[in-house]
Design a protein around this ligand. Sequence first.
Ligand SMILES: *[C@@H]1O[C@H](CO)[C@@H](O)[C@H](O)[C@H]1NC(C)=O
Ligand SMILES: *[C@@H]1O[C@H](CO)[C@@H](O)[C@H](O)[C@H]1NC(C)=O
Ligand SMILES: *[C@@H]1O[C@H](CO)[C@@H](O)[C@H](O)[C@H]1NC(C)=O
Ligand SMILES: *[C@@H]1O[C@H](CO)[C@@H](O)[C@H](O)[C@H]1NC(C)=O
Length: 247
Amino acid sequence: MCHLMEGSRYIFFSNGGCLFEPRNHLRAVCVCVCVFILFLLFLGEWTSPTVTGDRPPPINDFTLTSIINTTAILFGGYDGDRKSNDVYVFEFTDTSVKCTNFSNPGGSVLWSKERLGHSSVLINCSSGPHLLVVGGTGGGSNTNDCWLLNINKMEWKELTNIPDSVTNRVSHSLSVWNVTQTTHWIIEFGGERKGGSRISDTRFIEIISSTGDLVVQSVLDINEYQKRRIQGISQTSANDIPNHLLF
Ligand SMILES: *[C@@H]1O[C@H](CO)[C@@H](O)[C@H](O)[C@H]1NC(C)=O
Ligand SMILES: *[C@@H]1O[C@H](CO)[C@@H](O)[C@H](O)[C@H]1NC(C)=O
Ligand SMILES: *[C@@H]1O[C@H](CO)[C@@H](O)[C@H](O)[C@H]1NC(C)=O
Ligand SMILES: *[C@@H]1O[C@H](CO)[C@@H](O)[C@H](O)[C@H]1NC(C)=O
């Protein structure tokens, strides 16, 4: 897994040294060493940083999302035996990675289910950075859910008003576009439904953060989204719109 740290001087790789070995006749199990590798963009060099703190076990199919240019958050994944709902925060320098485990202590608080093959994006607002997690697969079937993690407080909340068309996906992509500081569009594309059928469907989740809380304002398909954008443009003064956006 390779990850370009937003605005940063390096690309971060983890679990680079994966080795698959048959553990029994039925399946191959990943027994990789947990490797951290940094590619220093400013030098064009590979380095192996010093790792301190709670080094996570070797896993795959997790998400790793930049919080700021020197900090990233890892969620979920699969170690060959166990699906995870663990949360780790990594703090980087050019030569080191410090890992902190923020996983649910004793399973005592509300916490997202275990999963792999999910997608995550960072939504930043006045109340701090939040991680939005959509879909993935859990105990044999799709998780069909959507969760929000307040990263400063490490508090999870399930967003229950998101339709199946959005949540019933594995191996999909998720991107965030904040149109203003308080309007965030989450753009979801592709993936697989329960049962394995591949889809090319695009959905848009509009999240408003003006009150400090993140509120889902609308969930649109591509036709509805196009209508919204065109309405938005006709309501704005034409002088404010770049020429290439005028139809
Ligand atoms: C992170 O961003 C800050 C502010 O833009 C910058 O000063 C610093 O050099 C960056 N650090 C890395 C490792 O890229
Ligand atoms: C992180 O915390 C979880 C939950 O307490 C635990 O299961 C896991 O082993 C911890 N990982 C590390 C590397 O300490
Ligand atoms: C997040 O938003 C806050 C408030 O709008 C801002 O002060 C902070 O710099 C932002 N952080 C990032 C990582 O963009
Ligand atoms: C969100 O957009 C505003 C401009 O509308 C920008 O100032 C801010 O840095 C953006 N934040 C993130 C996290 O991209």
